[in-house]
Design a protein around this ligand. Structure first.
Ligand SMILES: O=C(O)C(=O)Cc1ccccc1
Length: 324
């Protein structure tokens, strides 16, 4: 990422994340070296974390964007697609494994009410169907927030039972809270990975590394036949590979969609600039959400005729023709 910057006059950068302490998002944030020297404050939702950045109450927010099993995190994809512009500065991958923690004194066979984040539930549903078929699920704002609902609440006199019997969360949360672990490694798919992004306000781009991604959203006009094909053509004719493309409803009516796209390349590259300029010509609502290094390095192989040198030489040739 570019050098971490804080608002004028403030010495330390301010980071926020989908909290509370112990979420997978916090594990992602702790992978950013600059965080050790910065102020870190949890947010209670993805939307409030991004709102804090937009309002200038935080400089950066870490939020989940995509899971290898469950797909896109709609709260993030939708929020960055509208409102004041934001910019992705880095991506982080976190391997995901879940435990089931219980409220004090409960056994696995007594669990009737489970809470966790919807993305966690989607990844343990098979295990829950097999082991706790009649348990009822209630969504929580995050895995760690769900687990904390099993602790005696500050206003309790100790007689009220928690509203839930068990929660699905990271093993770290069991250590942090002392909640008993009822079952371990309960994910249905071993090796699941969640991708998180560090988001700031628009500013300088991270330097190109040759192993970069660029994220965009493209709203689809409903009177534009072949729109998807036209979007894809801008990338394919310039040899640009897409690593993610998904459609999301805009929320403004049935049939209104935008595409959320990750492509392999950096805005500093001529072929990416050319594709974006063409997209903007056809779909003026296109939104640039940042160019940043891939978490796992994979150098992009650019065909010779799509290289910066080839673009430059084409431009110079045309300029020469005009000067004859
Ligand atoms: O709730 C969390 O801990 C999160 O960070 C969101 C999430 C939930 C499930 C898998 C990955 C991330």
């Amino acid at each position: 990422m570019p050098p971490v910057s804080s608002e004028a006059g403030r010495a330390r950068a301010r980071f926020t994340f989908l909290g509370p302490e112990g979420t997978f998002t916090e594990a992602a944030l702790r992978q950013i070296p600059e965080v050790a020297e910065s102020d870190v404050t949890p947010s209670s939702s993805v939307i409030s974390a991004l709102a804090a950045v937009r309002a200038g109450d935080a400089d950066y927010a870490m939020v989940p964007i995509e899971n290898s099993v469950e797909g896109g995190v709609s709260a993030t994809l939708d929020d960055v697609a509208s409102g004041d512009d934001l910019q992705i500065l880095a991506e982080v991958l976190v391997p995901i494994s879940f435990v089931l923690v219980g409220r004090e004194g409960i056994g696995l066979d007594e669990v009737c009410r489970i809470t966790t984040h919807t993305h966690a539930w989607a990844q343990v549903r098979g295990w829950a169907d097999a082991h706790l078929p009649s348990a009822e699920f209630t969504p929580a704002s995050s895995t760690a927030a769900g687990a904390r609902l099993l602790l005696p609440q500050p206003h309790d006199d100790g007689t009220a039972a928690p509203a839930f019997d068990a929660a699905v969360c990271a093993p770290l949360v069991a250590e942090q809270t002392g909640l008993p672990v009822l079952a371990e490694r309960i994910e249905d798919t071993a090796g699941a990975v969640t991708r998180f992004v560090l988001v700031g306000r628009p500013g300088p781009l991270p330097e190109p590394t040759g192993s970069d991604k660029t994220t965009l959203t493209v709203p689809l006009p409903d009177d534009h036949p072949g729109a998807l094909l036209e979007i894809l053509e801008q990338f394919s004719t310039r040899g640009i590979n897409l690593s993610r493309i998904e459609s999301r409803p805009t929320g403004s009516g049935l049939g209104q969609y935008f595409f959320s796209i990750d492509l392999e390349g950096h805005l500093a590259e001529e072929r990416v600039q050319a594709a974006l300029a063409a997209l903007h010509r056809i779909f003026p609502g296109v939104r640039f959400l940042g160019s940043y290094p891939r978490a796992v390095e994979r150098m992009v192989k650019v065909p010779t005729h799509m290289s910066d040198a080839a673009y430059r030489s084409g431009r110079e040739w045309v300029a020469g023709l005009l000067q004859r």
